[in-house]
Each structure stands twice: as structure tokens, then as C-alpha cells.
Design a protein around this ligand. Structure first.
Ligand code: FES
Length: 443
């Protein structure tokens, strides 16, 4: 079959000998056999060539093979989670679409007249070609214009390399800065006077005890143990940010309920980012209304307000470092307000527990049980969607270096989250350093 990507000197056959026995860089040609042709369809398949990860796919059944870099440049999501829609590769997270050459041709959050920036394009290997029932990639220019013939031998594709981590720092669930923060660890209602509970936080097991006088303590000892918003919170070391305030909890007309806590293998940073994200487009969902939140930073986090005229609503998001989040959705015609509070417990490197509270306030007075149940069901569906997406993604932390990802105007809340957490991490490191210096001086 003809090459699906232009090779440097047309299609003149140039036999270069049998492939190397390990199937890599066949006989020094610069061509790598990566998969059997029959294994490549419209579902992106990750392969490796020259140590670089790629995805190979066909943009229509039976079409020529295309090869693209393995990650979406936006949020580094593996493109193995993408789908092919109308001859384009659509990323599973925000629905950016790429043509067979890797050019980004659609970004829903830019609206119908927005133009994707050049940095949104995917890179691609120098050439891809099918020959003798195999798909071959040449990652870099090679003087051999076509892959070698197999001559009846069977190439062995090289192992699929792991996706490399971002260049810059990443905030994962065991980052040392997280010692300096309040973390939710359990519903408080289950802890009676004289009782104990065990919980995981930052890779350690903690035992929380409620004394007879109602006060809480923890083993190992923590800087603070408190009850707040119906949960028990631990601050292992002096926290650098306050607990999240939720004024709705003092509103006698607001109805509230909790989702059962759930676990995710995703990092708390990735879960926080997903919660704040206003431009997601999961598979099967229409493109979201383009929205650009206005962000205001404060010492402990930030808040963002976004107007959505088509849905006649205002959405306010509040973040307190590191993983306390609130989203307040106000229906402008009726004045009804639904508030979702997502509080994240970084248990271990590969485990985050998610606590979710929903509060509903209606302008006309009391909230009916059906209205609250509908709000809880909606929050549960959103959480389930986030967990499913992040489970396929395998994110282990939140990149903090802006240039590791590609940020657009609709990503302001995500940018604010990264900036806040980068400042938080730096602030905590400085505090630890100052404490260490002081300790040495007084020793
Ligand atoms: S569109 Fe791919 S991560 Fe956002």
C-alpha cells in the first residue's frame, strides 16, 4: 500500500536488506516496524519507534495509516483515548480535533470562528508507510526512502515506551508541600465521643480519636485536627491556606446532601482540574458554550466568575489550596442556586478520596426532596464522568510549568489552579527551609 505520509523521494523501491532481528531500525534504515497493518484501525493504537511514543490509526475504515504524537498538546492526555469522528481524531477531554496530518482543525471552546494556534498541532514522524503487511515509521529523516522488504521474516515491533513525564515540576499526591495544608479525611458523623477511625493521608495511616469532651486528636500527631463542613480535617504541619468557607451551610432555606465518598486512582490535582474545567467535551456530549471566566486571586487560592448567556446562568468557582473546591451555579431567571463542594483527600500516590456535598437554594422558599435529589444525581453523574475519563488517562499529577501544556482563554481556571499550586509549593518549600535553618541555628 502506498505511503500515507509523503516520503522524501517518492515511491521508488529501495531494498535495504532484511529487518534487524529485533525489528528495530531495520538494518540501519531508520525505519521501524510498529504493528501489523491488520492491527491498525480507527481506534488509536500506541506504538514506539526510535524510543518515541506515537499513535497509529486510520481516519476512516480502510484508509491509509496515519501516525501522530501520542499526547494531546492541550492537557497531555494520551491520544489512545481519542476517537475518530468524520475523518478527524477527536481528543476525549475537550474535543479538540486533528486531521490526518496532525493539524488541529477544531477547538470547541474557541467557538465557531476561533482559529486553533499552531502550537495546537500534533507532531508526526517523518514518514509512515505500509509494506508487506506491516506499518513502518521513520521518526526522523532517513536516506532510505522506503521501508525494507521483510523477505518472509517477521519483524518484532519495539516495546511501547511509556509516555514521558512533563519537563517541569508536577504536583502529585505525595508532594512534600501537601504536609502544609488542611485535608479532609472522613465524615465526622461516624466518629462518636471516645471513638476512633483510621484513614489514609499522604501515604500514611492516621488514627483520629474523638475525646470525651468532643475534641479531636490524631496519631501520628498533627499540627491540627478539626471538624469542618461535616468532615474531619487534618493539617500535618502548619497550613499555608485557610479552610474553605461555604456560606450556604448557614442558610436555613438551603437543602443539602452528600454523595458517598469515592476513590480514584487519579491525582487530587487532576481531579481538581477536571472539576474546574469549563470546556470539557466528553465523547457523545455536544460542545460546551464558549466561556471565559474572570479570575481573582487571593492569598489562599482564587475565585472565578463566568457568565453563560445561552444557559442564562452565572457560575462562580472558588478554590482554596490545595484541593478544596466549590462551584456555585446561579440560574438567573429564577434565582435558584446549586452549589457543589468537592473536597479531595490525597491518600496515596495512586489513590484520592473524593468527598462531595451539594447544597440547593430556591428563591421561592423550601427546596423539595425531588429538587435536591436531582441536584445530587447531577453531581454524581459529573463525578462519574470525571472518574471515568481520568481512569483512562492515568494522570499521576498536575503539571505546574505553564509551557508543558497549551492554555487558551477558556482555561483560565485551570491556569489559576496551576499558578496557585505552584506558589503554594514554593511557599511551603521556603517555610520548610526557614524552619530547617532555624533548627540548625538553635542546635
Ligand atoms: S483537548 Fe486534548 S486534553 Fe484538552
Amino acid at each position: 500500500m502506498a505511503s500515507s505520509r509523503t516520503t522524501p523521494s517518492g515511491t521508488t523501491s529501495c531494498r535495504t536488506g532484511a529487518p534487524g532481528t529485533d525489528g528495530r531500525a531495520a538494518a540501519g534504515t531508520g525505519w521501524y516496524a510498529v504493528a501489523r497493518s491488520s492491527e491498525v484501525g480507527t481506534t488509536p493504537r500506541q506504538v514506539g519507534a526510535g524510543g518515541q511514543p506515537y499513535v497509529v490509526l486510520r481516519t476512516r475504515p480502510g484508509a491509509e495509516v496515519t501516525a501522530l504524537s501520542a499526547r494531546c498538546p492541550h492537557r497531555l492526555v494520551p491520544l489512545t483515548t481519542a476517537t475518530v469522528v468524520d475523518g478527524r481524531v477527536r481528543c476525549a477531554y475537550h474535543g479538540w480535533e486533528f486531521n490526518a496530518e496532525g493539524r488541529c482543525v477544531e477547538i470547541p471552546s474557541l467557538g465557531p470562528v476561533g482559529t486553533p494556534p499552531p502550537r495546537a498541532d500534533l507532531s508526526a514522524p517523518w514518514a509512515v508507510e505500509e509494506r508487506d503487511g506491516w506499518v513502518w515509521l521513520a521518526p526522523d529523516p532517513t536516506p532510505v526512502p522506503r521501508p525494507p522488504r521483510t523477505n518472509g521474516t517477521t519483524p518484532s515491533p519495539e516495546p511501547v515506551p511509556d509516555l514521558p513525564p512533563p519537563d517541569g515540576p508536577v504536583l502529585d499526591n505525595l508532594h512534600p508541600a501537601l504536609e502544609h495544608a488542611w485535608h479532609p479525611v472522613a465524615p465526622a458523623a461516624g466518629l462518636r465521643a471516645g471513638g476512633y477511625l483510621q484513614t489514609r493521608l499522604l501515604g500514611r495511616t492516621w488514627t483520629v480519636h474523638r475525646r470525651a469532651d468532643g475534641a479531636l486528636d490524631a496519631d501520628p500527631p498533627a499540627w491540627g485536627v478539626v471538624e469542618h463542613l461535616g468532615l474531619v480535617w487534618i493539617a500535618p504541619a502548619e497550613p499555608r491556606a485557610e479552610l474553605l468557607a461555604v456560606p450556604e451551610t448557614a442558610d436555613p432555606l438551603a437543602a443539602s446532601g452528600w454523595l458517598a465518598p469515592v476513590r480514584s486512582a487519579a491525582s487530587a490535582g487532576a481531579l481538581a482540574d477536571a472539576f474546574l474545567d469549563v470546556s470539557r467535551r466528553p465523547p457523545g456530549r455536544p460542545a460546551p458554550e464558549p466561556a471565559v471566566p474572570e479570575v481573582t486571586h487571593d492569598p489562599d487560592g482564587f475565585s472565578g466568575v463566568q457568565e453563560e448567556p445561552l444557559r442564562a446562568r452565572r457560575v462562580t468557582s472558588v478554590h482554596r489550596a490545595p484541593f478544596q473546591l466549590l462551584r456555585r451555579e446561579q440560574d438567573l431567571p429564577t434565582g435558584a442556586v446549586t452549589t457543589v463542594v468537592r473536597l479531595l483527600q490525597p491518600e496515596d500516590a495512586d489513590s484520592t478520596r473524593v468527598h462531595t456535598c451539594v447544597l440547593v437554594r430556591q428563591a421561592g422558599g423550601a427546596v423539595s426532596p425531588d429538587t435536591l435529589a436531582a441536584a445530587l444525581a447531577s453531581a454524581a453523574a459529573e463525578l462519574e464522568e470525571d472518574l471515568a475519563l481520568l481512569a483512562r488517562w492515568g494522570s499521576t499529577g498536575l503539571p505546574l510549568l505553564p509551557r508543558d501544556e497549551l492554555h487558551l482563554r477558556a482555561d483560565r481556571l485551570g491556569v489559576a489552579l496551576r499558578r496557585t499550586l505552584a506558589d503554594f509549593a514554593a511557599d511551603c518549600a521556603a517555610a520548610d527551609q526557614a524552619e530547617a535553618l532555624q533548627g540548625r541555628a538553635t542546635a
